[in-house]
Design a protein around this ligand. Structure first.
Ligand SMILES: N[C@@H](CCC(=O)N[C@@H](CS)C(=O)NCC(=O)O)C(=O)O
Length: 223
């Protein structure tokens, strides 16, 4: 049975769990609590020397990197073609987004969350407003590109159906919600896209985000 090593506070881990649930792929979940440093134990380091989640293990294969894992799963299991289309040009569009994703959507949405939630929690210091404003500006530029370069007039980032690109993107854009921040608040087109993605994913979306919703509620009750 496929083993997945995840922490649901991690965006790429949520993407993986949503994908597995939405496609009814049997798996066992092994939680690696990042806040407890469980990614730094000798046992986990042996599995992934990068000390990061997600990781999967199946029939002797240990695979890291959400992008590689999700693409592997689309080939290893019979899942609908729309996730990662076989047709060359459609696939190229998904690859184009997933290559861009890590240094744009992921980097910039994470920075907002780290600045607004993680650093203050770890240090007990107030939010550094200069850094936060800078992170928000960078994220704004990324959101512009998401709208004008990828989404355009389409329903989803790479075409008329949901792909791995939408899944990876939406999980990153949800992360700042942990600090009570809806980064799509003034972005009606991206909000509509997010609703379409959410509908396509069904219950698996809210289920995987439960822990983030709890963090948001905690954060708001402290204000
Ligand atoms: N490029 C990797 C990123 C994985 C990653 O950065 N995971 C974070 C959680 S979101 C992690 O495990 N961080 C632990 C650490 O750096 O100590 C992927 O997409 O899988």
């Amino acid at each position: 049975m496929l083993k997945v090593f995840v922490d649901l506070l991690s965006q790429p881990c949520r993407a993986l769990i949503i994908f597995l649930t939405a496609n009814k792929i049997p798996h066992t979940v092994h939680t690696v609590a990042l806040r407890k440093g469980q990614n730094r134990t000798p046992e986990f380091t042996k599995l992934n020397p990068m000390q990061k989640v997600p990781v999967i293990e199946e029939d002797g294969l240990v695979l890291t990197e959400s992008d590689a894992i999700l693409k592997y799963l689309t080939a290893a299991y019979s899942v609908p073609d729309h996730w990662y289309p076989r047709q060359l040009l459609k696939r190229a569009r998904v690859d184009e987004y997933t290559a861009w994703h890590h240094t744009n959507t992921r980097l910039h949405a994470s920075k907002v969350f780290i600045t607004e939630v993680l650093i203050p929690r770890m240090t007990g210091q107030p939010v550094d407003d200069v850094k936060l404003q800078c992170a928000l500006r960078e994220l704004d530029e990324t959101l512009d590109k998401l709208e004008t370069k990828f989404l355009k007039e389409k329903d989803f980032l790479c075409g008329d159906d949901i792909t791995l690109a939408d899944l990876l993107a939406v999980c990153e854009l949800m992360q700042p919600l942990g600090g009570g921040r809806d980064v799509l608040m003034n972005r009606p087109r991206l909000q509509e896209w997010k609703s379409r993605v959410q509908t396509a994913l069904g219950d698996s979306f809210d289920h995987a985000h439960k822990i983030l919703y709890r963090l948001k509620d905690k954060h708001i009750s402290k204000l």
